[in-house]
Structures are given as C-alpha cells and as structure tokens.
Design a protein around this ligand. Structure first.
Ligand code: ATP
Length: 577
C-alpha cells in the first residue's frame, strides 16, 4: 500500500472548500470540503461550465478570469448556504491557465472573526491596564529574560524598556540596577515571593511581588512581577512615628502640668520619691492600664493615690468605688463584690443586687487591703481580671465589666505568696503596674510640707490661727511616724483643736516625747497616764497579733470589731508580717 501523502490528499484534507476551473471556466477539481459545503458530487459536475453548476459563485470566478484580477473575502448569500470566498488565478509562463476558489461557510468564518475581535479587545484592555498601572510590572520568561516592562517600572527604576528587554535579570543585578531580583527567587522557589528591593538609580524602596505562571508540563513559562513604591509609605511611617513622639512629649508635658495641679487634689509631694511616684501614677492613668497595685505601709496615702489616678484618667466622670477587703467576712465580701441574683441565698434581697464591679462600670474599683482577700475570692478576682466578666452569685450568665481595678495592700505580698496565703498568679496579674509609696520617715522633705498643709487646713476648718515654731518643726522631723501621714495628720488635728495658745510646740512635745521615749528618749512629765494607757494598748495589740493571722482573727481575739482593730493597728503603726 502507498502511504505517501500526495498533494491531492492535502487538498482533500483542508478545512476550506476548494474548486478549480480552467481559463474558460470549466470545473476541473472540487475537494471534499467543497462537495460538503455545496452539496455536490464532483463526479457529476467536473467538465461542466461553472456558472451552470454554481449560478452565484460561477459569475464571480468568470469575472476574475475575464479581468485577470483576483477577488479576496467576497461574500455570497446563497439559497442554501452563505459563503465567504477568495478567488486567485493560475498563471504559467505568462499565460492564464485557470482560477482557484477557496471558500468557507460564512458562519464559521464569522465565528473566527468574532474570536479574533474579542482577542483584540482583551489584548487592548490588558495593554491599557499594563500601561495605566501605577505599580511597576515586569514580565519575564521562564529563564528570567525580560519580555516587557510598563511605564511605571521605567519611572520607578529610572530605566527605559529598551535597556532591559531581552536581558536576563541576573545581569541587571550584576549591573547594580537593583540589589536583588525577585524573579530569580521565584524561579528558585517555584512559588510567589515578595521582597524589598532597593533601586540604586532612583533611591527608591520597592516591594516586589513575583508570581510564576506554569505551562501544561508544569514548567514556569512566565514570571510576572509587581513593584510597589514603599518610599513614600516609609516616609509616612516616619512622619507617623514623629507625631507619636510629639503626642508622647505632649503627654509628658501634661504630666508635668498635672504635677503642678497636685495641690488642687490636696496632695503634698515635696520629696523626689513621692514626685516620682505621682509622675508614674499619672502615666498609668493616661495609659489606661487595666489594673494597678499600690504598695505601702498603713497611712502612707495609698487610698489618696488611688483616687488621684482615677481623677486623672478618662474614667474620672464615672464612679470611684472603694472597698476594704479586710473589713467583711468572706461570704458578705463575695456578695458585695460580685452581687447576687434574687434568691441566691437565704437573706438575699428579693430583687437581687448589683456587685461593686458592676457599680464601678466605666470607673474605678479600689480594693483596699487586697492582701486580706480570702483565697476563694482571690481565684474569682483573678478570673474576672482575666476575662473582664463577672458572675453574680446564683447567676448563670456572666456580665461584662469595664473598670480600672486598683488594689492596695500594706502587706508584703511576695512573702504572702511564699506562705501560700496569696495566689501567685493573682500577684503577678496585679503586680504588672505597681507603685510603692515609701514610709513617711524615709521622705523627710514631705514632713514639713505636710505639716504646713494640715495646719492650714485645720486652722481654716476650726477657725484658728495656730502655728509651729522651729523647735516644733524639729520635733516633727525627729518623730518616727510609724503611722505615717495619717499619724501626722491626726497629731496636727489634735494639736490645733486641743493646744492652748497659738504656738503648738509644747503640745507637740507632750504627745511626741512619749513616743520618742519608746524609741529610747526620755519622756516629759505631762499627760503621762494617757501615754501609759496607749503604750499598754499597743503592747496588748502586738501580743495578740503574734497569735493571729489577720485583722478578723485579731478582732475576735481582742473582743472588738474588725474596723476598730484595723483603726487601732493603723494608729500604732502596726501591721501583720
Ligand atoms: N501626700 C499626701 N498629701 C496629703 N495628704 C495625704 C498624703 N498622703 C496621705 N495623706 C492623707 O493621709 C491619710 C491616710 O491616707 P490613706 O488613707 O490614703 O492611706 P492608706 O495608705 O490608704 O492607709 P491604709 O493602708 O490604712 O488604708 C488620708 O487622710 C490622706 O488624705
């Protein structure tokens, strides 16, 4: 069998109809597609005059033969079929030998034309996007050779397309155009890569993202790189940082201003240590910390500081709620703090009760003597600090809370943690922001100013004109002030109210020297009985404290109320270790 492809095979296999005539217009050939489109049998029509066989196409062919001019893309609307045809002439040695007519059904032709039109449109759109993009776009082939770049890339990189098209990106890196190439990374990793490029010529930082396109065999055939100019963004970030710094500076200046306003809050802070603490407190107030711990001996001003933080914060318009955790038995304290639903326990109010956390909504809850909080309540407190939610007693659905929690204690909480009386996790939670107020005897600068402050306050309050001379002030400066500011305040109040004469020195000597005697100095002769009674009371309380763990037990031991026990301890500057 002959398997050679002949010219005739090719003519029959083509998808266009083909017919051939001689110079007179006699049909010589029809290929299979022509038979199909025209619904003719070649065998019956070869040798016939073309216009007899094809009344519409024939005259067109004849016209070409007569004029000697071809016809391209001519349309014929027939009875059975619409055609688009092209007629060309066969010449040999200068003689016209015949005509070839190739044709297609108009429908198929139009489809192709339509496709072509939509390709053209798509192409135009892509070209517009490519040109109009303010991001730079590079297209490289699978070996990293640049195929095209857009105008934005020319601008961002300070180059012309003709300088780079046809070159490999590794050469461009070697030339120092940019410090590294994302295209090479894409080819290495076979996936999308983003990196920052520094462009030498323009001094710009570009965020380049390269994306590979794969062919059917899984080979990268294109890499498209998008370049975004980050130089301006970086400048904007710098500006933002600068304005942040300005805001910080302004805040610091505000802190200084507020320091000047301390007097308005009735706070005395002459000593550097106290000023430092108040500055830190102001910062915490402005920072909107969610909880703060204040440490310091009894009477050092923890409550005052807590209120100052509240008043200096954005929460100032909302409530400041205070509770002494040592003053209530556990179940009452729990109900106070968290509230309860109706019928939560016997004796519960009919309508239930909101807890202090709820009442402090938007404001501040000050937990004084937090070191005395019973362990089960410590666990509950920790949970509500963590979750910002509380569960009323007897309730099933938690309530969201929003308040600054300031806790204070005069106890050594770390020691309490070691003795397992205070939860370590709660300690760490509270201790994130802590302020430690030193005892008054360690900040002597404050003693004189506080004395002036209280003196003028009580003079005004009791309409008096009492004063201290140098020796009175010396007495105060030497006094140990175990009860800290509270003790100083009480002493001056008593002095203003009780002392005879305008100068308070003698009165002060009378009440301060017994304390000095306890500290090893000789007592004076007056008010001896009162002094002895106080000494005995202090000793008894100290002895009882040695047998107790907290103020509740102490109150029971001494047969007095817990608040009285707390007050007396404060008066004598005593505290549990
Ligand atoms: N720096 C200060 N300036 C003016 N008054 C002060 C100062 N520090 C404390 N006080 C006054 O001293 C008294 C005791 O202060 P405060 O009650 O705040 O102390 P505390 O440390 O909370 O005591 P406790 O631990 O016993 O509760 C208050 O009347 C308070 O106004």
């Amino acid at each position: 069998m002959d398997n050679h492809i002949t010219f005739e095979d090719i003519v029959h296999a083509t998808s266009n109809g083909i017919l051939v005539t001689d110079a007179r217009g006699m049909l010589l050939h029809l290929n299979r597609e022509a038979e199909k489109i025209l619904e003719l049998q070649a065998g019956q029509h070869l040798g016939r005059f073309i216009s007899d066989v094809l009344p519409l196409t024939g005259p067109q062919v004849m016209e070409c033969l007569q004029t000697g001019r071809p016809k391209l893309g001519h349309q014929i609307i027939g009875k059975k079929v619409d055609l688009v045809l092209s007629i060309t002439l066969i010449r040999k040695n200068g003689d016209l030998l015949g005509a070839v007519c190739t044709f297609q059904e108009l429908g198929a032709f139009e489809n192709m034309a339509k496709k072509l039109r939509s390709y053209k449109r798509l192409n135009r759109q892509l070209e517009t996007i490519f040109k109009a993009s303010s991001d730079g776009i590079w297209v490289c082939d699978g070996r990293g050779t640049v195929i095209s770049i857009n105008e934005a890339s020319e601008r961002l990189n300070g180059i012309r397309a003709r300088e780079v098209v046809g070159r490999n990106v590794s050469q461009l890196v070697a030339d120092g155009l940019f410090d590294r190439s994302v295209t090479l990374e894409v080819l290495k990793n076979r996936g999308q890569v983003s990196l920052m490029q520094y462009v030498q010529r323009t001094g710009r930082y570009l965020l380049a993202t390269g994306t590979p396109a794969f062919d059917d065999d899984g080979r990268i055939h294109l890499v498209v790189v998008n370049e975004r100019d980050m130089t301006d963004l970086n400048a904007m970030r710098r500006e933002l940082e600068q304005s942040h710094m300005a805001v910080r500076k302004m805040k610091d200046e505000l802190v200084e201003l507020s320091m000047l306003e301390l007097k308005r809050h009735g706070i005395v802070a002459e000593s550097p240590s106290m000023q430092q603490i108040l500055r830190a407190a102001l910062k915490l107030a402005r920072l909107e910390a969610s909880n703060i711990l204040i440490l310091g001996q009894s009477g050092t001003g923890k409550g005052l500081l807590a209120k100052f933080i509240h008043q200096s914060s954005d929460r100032a318009r909302h409530p400041f709620i205070q509770i002494n955790c040592a003053a209530l038995p556990e179940h009452l304290l729990e109900a106070e703090l968290f509230g309860y639903e109706r019928g939560a326990f016997t004796g519960a109010r009919e309508q239930g009760k909101a807890g202090l956390f709820e009442l402090a909504h938007g404001g501040t809850l000050f937990l004084d003597e937090v070191g005395d909080l019973p362990l089960p309540l410590q666990a509950k407190l920790l949970k509500c600090l963590d979750d910002h939610e509380i569960l009323r007693l007897g309730a099933t659905r938690p309530k969201t809370i929003d308040c600054l929690v300031i806790a204070a204690t005069n106890q050594d909480l770390e020691e309490q943690v070691r003795r397992r009386r205070f939860r370590q996790d709660l300690f760490y939670r509270l201790n994130t922001f802590s302020l430690k107020i030193p005892p008054l005897r360690e900040r002597r600068d404050d003693i004189l100013e506080l004395a002036r402050h209280f003196l003028s306050r009580y003079n005004e309050q009791y309409d008096m004109n009492k004063r201290l001379s140098g020796s009175g002030l010396q007495l105060l400066l030497r006094h140990p002030f175990a009860g800290n500011v509270r003790e100083l305040k009480n002493i001056l109040k008593r002095a203003v109210v009780m002392a005879e004469g305008e100068v308070l020195d003698d009165f002060l000597r009378a009440i301060l020297e017994p304390a000095a005697a306890e500290a090893g100095q000789a007592p004076g002769g007056r008010i001896r009985l009162a002094h002895e009674l106080q000494r005995t009371e202090r000793r008894l309380i100290r002895e009882a404290m040695a047998r107790c763990r907290n103020t509740r037990e102490l109150a029971a031991e001494l047969g007095i109320s817990q608040p009285t026990a707390v007050r007396k301890m404060q008066r004598y500057g005593l505290r549990f270790r």
